[in-house]
Ligand binder design. Structure first.
Ligand SMILES: [Zn+2]
Length: 247
């Protein structure tokens, strides 16, 4: 290669590098990326992206806390593996194909507004997975089940900060857990989460406990202790998050 050509080639490489640098995601915080969907998941990707369901949740999380590293939220086709947080890669896989299963449960529950319900369930799911990512960033040493419960409580903390809209999302997620419990009453011994009926009750207890006067319809003798449970949830997570909270 002669000098002129070599210079031109180097300039091209530099341009490519510069273009690459311009697209570098931030080094810390929750960052979203969409992957191309499998053929059968195209509508679910569009649902997620056109409604921009994840973007405001991640913006709120980044405004609330300052993660010391990047956690990439990858919206992708997972082939049935299920949405989850991978601590090795520090990434949340948000699966397009989970939406089809959720849609089925919502339709079975006879919801009059299935699309809105699905959007709320996605919001709750992202908060739950962010709870795992934060437990990892904070080096919280919890057992598998305890971490799952803590991730649900993190979703409660964040959604209840958002007022009635957040309450609605938790109650919608609770209905979806009810539908899951009804569809498959046998407990899955390999599942680290609490059984769906228990997860539903945990969300309802939080909604009621945080604002009992606003939710007389949720009052039952069994929920008499929910205000204390909610106070513990709020105080525990707020204390644990303290090193990351923005002031
Ligand atoms: Zn989980």
């Amino acid at each position: 290669m002669n000098t002129t050509r070599r210079r031109a080639a180097c300039a091209a490489v530099l341009l490519l590098l510069a273009a690459g640098c311009g697209e570098q995601p931030p080094g810390r915080g929750f960052v979203l990326r969409y992957e191309e969907p499998a053929a059968g998941d195209r509508d679910d990707r569009r649902f997620l992206e056109d409604r921009a369901l994840a973007e405001p949740v991640l913006a709120e999380l980044n405004a609330y806390g300052d993660l010391p590293h990047r956690v990439t939220v990858v919206a992708r086709s997972c082939g049935g593996e299920g949405t989850g947080y991978d601590p090795g890669e520090r990434r949340i896989e948000l699966c397009y194909d989970d939406l089809a299963r959720e849609r089925e449960l919502i339709e079975r529950s006879g919801s009059p507004r299935p699309e809105e319900d699905l959007a709320e369930i996605v919001r709750e799911t992202i908060h739950h997975e962010a709870g795992h990512a934060l437990a990892d960033a904070l080096h919280l040493t919890l057992g598998d089940r305890a971490e799952e419960d803590a991730a649900d409580r993190f979703a409660q903390l964040m959604l209840l900060r958002g007022g009635p809209g957040g309450e609605h999302a938790l109650l919608t997620a609770a209905r979806s857990y009810d539908a899951e419990a009804a569809a498959d009453p046998g407990a899955d011994p390999a599942d680290e989460h609490a059984p769906p009926a228990a997860r539903a009750e945990s969300h309802r207890c939080a909604v009621y406990g945080a604002a009992p006067v606003r939710h007389p319809d949720l009052a039952t003798p069994a929920r008499a202790g929910c205000s204390a449970v909610w106070a513990r949830t709020r105080d525990t997570w707020t204390r644990d998050l303290d090193p990351l909270l923005r002031r």
